[in-house]
Design a protein around this ligand. Structure first.
Ligand code: UD1
Length: 418
């Protein structure tokens, strides 16, 4: 099993090019199931989760051609199966994103239940309830969600809580439904807007994406289009934190600064100097140690839960005491236990981690437990004294493209070992 070996202590400097957003690419790839013609998607990040989604589409009989490393041509005009099997769904919960499109276009979808997850229960009840409100009959049988509908109809849906993939699933279902669908308390994440822009490119009629109320007028068919995936705001934020923790100066290129406001505010509070262009962000820590910051995760535009572990790492070595409160997922502090093994002074009190910055973290073998937790551990390793070995990095490969290459280019001493 691959591991990352990091010799801490390097001050990061240089340019890093940001990849397409995983969390936009996945729903967009799922949404290609809605089109009767070929679609071409570019800036698709080369990640394990993307490979899983493409495999899932291929298993359904979709024709997938990878043109160059980052451009994918997809022909879903005909499919031979409407099933998402357990073998794939268990490796990636986001497989649930095929539920809405399959049902809307083909009238049937059998998607394996995702099951437990390292960061809490993560149910999909709101996805199912929304589809039922649109006229689907849904049963859970043999571990599968089995959904059927002749043609979905529009509905007025108010989400009990903000769910990103739930909003995306129902949005994808609504674009081919009969009549108007209103999604209230919808997720406002940039990846939802990116999906909506892609769907609009295929001929969907959508208003309000990016706000809490999305209104969709269903159409009969969707056609081919070309689309470029939004840059990854979490990858961007992770590299910026890496620079902040090592006292460095880096420039993130081909990113989308407007999607990172809450993170940039916290980096400024930590003492970073930021310069921001249309599609780049430069961070300069001028060799200083960061100040601790208080973080509270919440749906966009508030601070993203996917940046929480990285800021735990920052607080672990910062000046002062900072709190990190997680309000989206239960059980999302496994990285803290590993950071404690590196000498971090972090106490967990319910859903809050109280971090007292230490002068120095000490390298140790640590274990990645989920995608973003692993990113936090890599950052801790970059700042620690000595050699940190991060095990189970298949979690990182799910969401970070060539992380060791990009960090090496910034001057980090990091390599993949088997
Ligand atoms: C998405 C992101 C993930 C991010 C998360 C929160 C993708 C592929 N993944 O995950 O990286 O961490 O948003 O920003 O985009 N919930 C229910 N019932 C449901 C659905 C959700 O109770 O039917 C709860 C969840 O347990 C969680 C909260 O709602 O507590 C938010 O989850 P949700 O936004 O759905 O997360 P994902 O879409 O799975």
């Amino acid at each position: 099993m691959d591991k990352l070996l990091i010799e801490g202590g390097a001050t990061l400097s240089g340019d890093v090019t940001i990849s397409g957003a995983k969390n936009a690419a996945l729903p967009i790839l799922a949404a290609t199931l809605l089109a009767t013609e070929v679609v071409v998607i570019s800036n698709v990040p080369h990640l394990q989760d993307v490979t899983t989604m493409l495999s899932l589409l291929q298993m359904m009989g979709v024709q997938v051609t990878v043109d160059d490393r980052l451009t994918v041509e997809i022909d879903s005009s005909e499919i031979s199966s409407h099933e998402a099997p357990y073998e794939l769904v268990k490796t990636m919960r986001a497989s649930i994103l095929v539920l809405g499109p399959l049902l809307a276009r083909f009238g049937e979808a059998d998607v394996s239940l995702p099951g437990g997850c390292a960061i809490g229960a993560r149910p999909v009840n709101l996805h199912v309830a929304g589809l039922q409100a649109m006229g689907a009959s849904v049963v859970v049988e043999d571990g599968f969600i089995k959904a059927r509908a002749d043609r979905l109809h529009g509905a007025h849906i108010v989400f009990d809580l903000v769910t990103v993939t739930g909003t995306e699933n129902l949005l994808m279902a609504a674009v081919l439904a009969d009549g108007e669908t209103i999604l209230e308390n919808a997720a406002r994440e940039p990846e939802v807007s990116d999906l909506a822009d892609f769907l609009t490119g295929m001929g969907a009629q959508i208003k309000g994406a990016g706000s809490g109320t999305i209104i969709v007028q269903g159409v009969k068919t969707l056609v081919g289009t070309e689309y470029r995936v939004l840059p990854d705001r979490i990858e961007t934020g992770t590299y910026l934190v890496a620079a902040a923790m090592t006292g460095g100066r880096i420039k993130a290129l081909q990113c989308a600064p407007e999607t990172l406001e809450a993170v940039l505010v916290k980096l400024r509070e930590a003492g970073a100097l930021l310069e921001i262009g249309d599609d780049w962000i430069e961070i300069d820590m001028c060799g200083r140690r960061p100040q601790s910051v208080n973080i509270r995760t919440a749906p966009y535009p508030a601070f993203p839960t996917d940046m929480q572990a990285q800021f735990c790492a920052l607080n672990a070595i910062a000046q002062g005491v900072g709190t990190v409160t997680e309000t989206i997922f239960e059980n999302r502090f496994q990285h803290v236990l590993e950071m404690q093994r590196m000498g971090a002074d972090i106490l967990i009190d319910g859903n809050t981690a109280i971090c007292t910055g230490v002068d120095e973290l000490l390298a140790a073998p640590v274990m990645a437990t989920d995608l973003r937790a692993s990113a936090g551990l890599v950052l801790a390793g970059l700042a620690a004294k000595g050699e940190t070995l991060v095990d189970r990095i298949y979690h990182i490969d799910r969401g970070y493209e060539r992380i060791e290459e990009k960090l090496s280019q910034l001057g980090a001493s990091i390599r993949r070992v088997v």
